[in-house]
Design a protein around this ligand. Structure first.
Ligand code: ADP
Length: 687
């Protein structure tokens, strides 16, 4: 694993590492959909959950309002029941006959029933008696009174004017007063004091013993500042433990848009009487007559609120009933739950990703080992292998097969190398063979050229020798005649005559040698089986005169066991020629070695080796050409060419090895069965 420094944590480096890691990619393939699903889930929960939560809160506040509504209705019915009960009471009916007793009976009944007032009216609606004692303000105007006068008890909630209240009692009018407080968001108003009162009242017919309707009983109670009533509603709706901790339930009764009975508190703990509802709520509930089930800013905080209109006996909306609870603690609890959920999701997501990465590392371990092995192979470690990976899944199997493949490959490589080596060896062998056969070819070609040259030169010289022989014979004859005629008189020119003799003899020798070269058969002796070494050793005596004076050591090294068929005189001529050349090559002295060897099954080789000045490389190809000589006047250049021609006629040949300053070795190859010399041509028969 490469070391991870701080630099490798840059986004580009991380991206590079990600791109190079199959494991990371596969893990992201698995995790990416989960993450997307998780995010979508959270989003849905955030949006839809929030709505559902709001709806839930609205349901709850709606049911709270229902409870409050029931209680309100119950209270109205209660007033009706009490008035009805009193209208039917014996005391009241009995008291009808006794006009003076009535105020006391009503006062007593008002106290007993906990009503704010009780009025006895005649069937036409005129006031007969009242408690508290007051003039009454045309009670017949109330629908419930007309209904009772018609024989049917009824109850209603009505808004009473200050005058109507005052007509009952000044105390009632005073109790109804609520000072308005300036409220943000409410519909602006010039009013500073609410003097009207919301009254729950009921009317019931009073019958005499004969069953005749003789009067109407009208009684009620004022709700303005009626805190006991509102606290009861609140206690009923928001019983202990019905709201989360920190939240708080509220209930309010509105006359028009003004709080006339409430347990909503102001900042300093005082009840928020006289504050007013927001324009939004007022418009919806009071003007349009709809229910409000939503968050609303109540006095100083957001409440989950429910408002419903209260209608009077004529069906007019005169106020509202409200319940609600502080929303913040609930939404805080919800946010907390959501936060915990998100946190948990994230925690699980991260833990899951880490777990997946570790797991994937285990799963991909064989692959990582394979990559490492390949790097090792690249670095030249041909023996690197993945080895046992402890996994039997596809990757484990792959690692095993990879190893197998590497072993096979290594084996094949070794085989290939062996093949290549043996191929190299064979190529070298063939090349050597080719070079050898090339050398043989060159030698054969050289021999062919030499033979051709000898043939041409032979024909030329044959003609010349003949032409020269005749004049020489004439010169020699005439010279002999002249010597005879002159007798002693020839004495003064005796020296000159001897010189002429010598030169003539020399010319005769030359021509006879030339003719011998051209027609050797004429000079050849009989063929016989000869020991070449013996003949060669005998030849040393023939050149003894040349050895005198020169400090040349002659060594014999004749080891050949075979004999060859050849003419003795011709063999002697060849050996003497070679010895003469060797001696000439060592004017300062040296060693002359004469030897023979068996020529593997074919015949005998004769070796004439000297330690003389050697032969220049450029002269080697011309050595056997007739008339090639480096000895100027001293040589004829015919010795080697004639020797070659002689040997060749027996199916043999002559080769030479030499270098300047290294001496020279001439080898004469003689066949055992010495093929009979060819008769017609000078050349031919090259082995
Ligand atoms: P000649 O001896 O008359 O020159 P040959 O045909 O015998 O004619 O020899 C030809 C030439 O070959 C000689 O002139 C000489 O240069 C060379 N030669 C022959 N034998 C030897 C030798 N043993 N060492 C050096 N040169 C040699």
């Amino acid at each position: 694993m490469p070391a991870v420094g701080p630099a490798s944590l840059s986004p580009a480096a991380l991206l590079r590492r990600y791109r190079a890691s199959l494991r990371a990619k596969l893990v992201s393939i698995v995790i990416a959909p989960l993450l997307v699903a998780l995010l979508a889930l959270l989003l849905i929960m955030g949006l839809w959950g929030d709505r559902a939560f709001q709806a839930l809160l609205a349901y709850k506040v709606n049911s709270d309002l229902l409870v409050a509504h029931e209680y309100f209705e119950h209270m109205v019915r209660g007033v009706e029941d009490r008035v009805l009960q009193e209208a039917r009471s014996h005391a009241l009916v009995a008291g009808l006959g006794r006009g003076n007793a009535m105020p006391a009976i009503l006062a007593d009944a008002r106290r007993t029933h906990g009503l704010d007032f009780l009025q006895l009216l005649d069937p036409q609606g005129r006031l007969l008696a009242a408690a508290p004692a007051g003039a009454g303000a045309d009670p017949a105007a109330w629908r419930i009174v007309s209904s009772a006068a018609a024989g049917r008890a009824a109850a209603a909630t009505d808004a009473w004017s200050a005058a109507q209240l005052a007509a009952v009692s000044a105390e009632l009018a005073r109790r109804a007063q609520v000072a308005l407080r300036p409220t943000a968001n409410a519909v602006p108003t010039d009013k500073t004091l609410e003097t009207r009162g919301m009254v729950v009242h009921a009317a019931a017919p009073v019958f005499d013993e004969a069953g005749t309707l003789v009067a109407v009983l009208h009684g009620g109670t004022l709700l303005n500042n009626n805190l006991g009533f509102i606290d009861t509603i609140n206690a009923l709706v928001y019983q202990p433990e019905s709201l989360p901790r920190g939240s708080q339930g509220t209930a309010t009764l509105f006359l028009d848009d003004t709080r006339i009975a409430t347990n909503v508190r102001l900042f300093h703990g005082e009840r928020a009487l006289g504050t007013r509802v927001s324009r939004q709520v007022r418009d919806k509930v009071l003007l349009r007559g709809e229910k409000w089930l939503d968050l609303a800013f109540v006095v100083n905080d957001w409440y989950m609120s429910a408002y419903e209109p209260i209608t009077d006996s004529r069906g007019q909306r005169i106020g509202m009933l409200y319940v609600g609870y502080l929303a913040k603690p609930i939404s805080q609890a919800k946010d907390l739950a959501l936060g915990v959920l998100v946190g948990l999701f994230l925690l699980l997501g991260v833990a899951g990703a880490l777990f997946s990465l570790l797991w994937a590392r285990r799963v991909f371990a064989p692959m990582a080992r394979m990559v490492g092995t390949m790097r090792a192979l690249e670095a030249g470690n041909t023996g690197a292998r993945v080895g046992p990976v402890g996994s039997e899944d596809e990757l484990g199997q792959l690692a095993g097969q990879f190893d197998q493949l590497l072993s096979d490959l290594q084996q094949r490589n070794a085989q290939l190398k062996d093949w290549a080596d043996s191929l190299d060896r064979k190529v070298a062998e063939r090349t050597r063979e080719l070079e050898e056969s090339n050398a043989d070819l060159r030698a054969a070609r050289q021999q062919l050229i030499t033979s051709e040259k000898l043939a041409v030169a032979g024909q030329l010289t044959a003609g010349v020798a003949h032409e020269v022989n005749n004049p020489i014979a004439v010169i020699q004859g005439n010279l002999d005649v002249a010597r005879e005629i002159l007798g002693p008189a020839a004495e003064p020119v005796r020296h000159e005559l001897r010189l002429i003799d010598e030169q003539v003899r020399r010319i005769q020798q030359l021509t006879s040698r030339l003719l011998q070269f051209v027609r050797p058969e004429a000079y050849a002796g009989n063929m016989e089986r000869l020991d070449v070494g013996e003949v060669a050793a005998g030849c040393v005596d023939l050149v003894q005169h040349m050895l005198k004076g020169a400090s040349i050591r002659v060594e014999l090294d004749c080891l050949a066991t075979r004999q060859v068929r050849i003419s003795r005189s011709e063999l002697q001529q060849v050996v003497v020629n070679l010895l003469t050349n060797a001696i000439h090559a060592m004017p300062e002295g040296g060693t002359l070695t004469l030897g023979t060897r068996d020529w593997d099954g074919q015949g005998v080789t004769l070796h004439v080796r000297d330690t003389g000045h050697g032969i220049r490389e450029e002269d080697l190809p011309n050595l056997f050409n007739p008339f090639f000589t480096t000895k100027k006047q001293m040589g004829t250049g015919l010795g080697l060419s004639i020797s070659y021609a002689l040997v060749e006629r027996y199916g043999g040949r002559i080769t030479v090895e030499s270098a300047v300053g290294q001496g020279a070795e001439f080898i004469v190859w003689l066949r055992e069965d010495g093929a009979a010399p060819a008769q017609a041509e000078a050349g031919g028969g090259v082995p």
